[in-house]
Design a protein around this ligand. Structure first.
Ligand code: ATR
Length: 269
């Protein structure tokens, strides 16, 4: 049986083993997928040991995605642009690193809304934001605005991608601007914090997407709800879609995501 794992710290609550087990069952693939907690200073040793013991590939999660980027022998173009790797596997020439987060986000978004020609606001300028910029731009939005608490960081990030429809600003400069889609890629929801966003950001037809998820509505989505936004989406769909993309890279088979998402949503309670 081929072995895979997800490496992170902490990792106890990772849903990746359940997701990949469901994909394997659905597609008739025989594989075993476990969780590995690497010490904070021990990602490469942990990954190297797993692969030396016969592991075929692994997913990488917080806080090791940048380290996995440096650890891979070869990178996909999208991993290169993201500066981070969430999926690794061995081939004949060594260890390949890819990043399926952005593709996962876009696939999940496209199940609910169009992206082409739309005005998109991406909140945050950390690793989570960086990983999804190129895939979002590939969907040809009219405009992608990066907004961050520290505007400088958003400006620097935007400069890495030379795209005419990509701009950067501070969170404090959003009043009066209109967007079709607002995506939260900050870690504020994780900390239970709301972002300082102008009420003028929200309209009934705005789509609000939080890359975080939880049993309760996230603080960001609660803000959108208070602003009258009808379509509010959390990151559980992105989690399942990025996993499906990794599964496809490893196994050459694309699993159906909706039944797995439905199951996970029910288990959240
Ligand atoms: P990640 O890898 O999850 O993106 P990160 O690289 O530490 O984590 O980035 C965290 C992001 O969330 C940053 O964009 C940060 O804004 P700053 O660059 O200004 O620090 C943003 N963030 C976190 N908490 C926030 C808060 N309470 N309000 C606004 N922005 C917040």
């Amino acid at each position: 049986t081929d072995r895979y794992a997800v490496i992170g710290n902490p990792i106890a609550h990772s849903k990746s083993p359940a997701i990949h087990a469901a994909f394997a069952l659905q597609t008739g693939q025989k594989l075993n997928y476990t969780r590995l907690e690497a010490p904070l200073d021990g990602f490469s040793d942990c990954a190297a040991e797993f692969l030396a013991m016969g592991g075929k590939g692994c997913n990488v999660t917080v806080p090791f995605k940048e380290e996995a980027y440096r650890f891979a022998n070869r990178l996909s173009a999208r991993a290169e642009l993201a500066g981070a790797v969430n999926t690794l596997w061995l081939d004949d020439d060594g260890l390949v690193g890819d990043n399926t987060d952005g593709a996962g986000l876009c696939r999940d978004l496209l199940r609910h809304t169009e992206l082409r020609g739309k005005r998109i606001l991406l909140l945050g300028a950390g690793g989570a934001a960086r990983g999804v910029i190129a895939p979002l731009l590939a969907e040809k939005p009219a405009r992608l605005l990066l907004a961050n608490r520290s505007a400088d960081k958003a400006t620097q990030l935007a400069e890495r991608f030379s795209a005419a429809n990509l701009q950067a600003t501070g969170l404090d400069a959003l009043a009066g601007q209109a967007f079709d889609l607002v995506i939260n890629a900050t870690s504020a929801s994780l900390a239970g914090q709301q972002l300082p966003l102008p009420p003028s950001l929200w309209r009934l037809e705005t789509v609000a997407y939080d890359m975080m998820y939880g049993k309760e509505e996230t603080p960001f989505l609660a803000q959108a709800a208070a602003g009258g936004v009808a379509m509010r989406l959390d990151g559980l769909g992105m989690l399942v879609e990025q996993a499906a993309e990794a599964f496809y890279l490893w196994r050459g088979v694309r699993p159906e995501t909706q039944p797995v998402l439905t199951e996970l949503r029910a288990a959240l309670g």
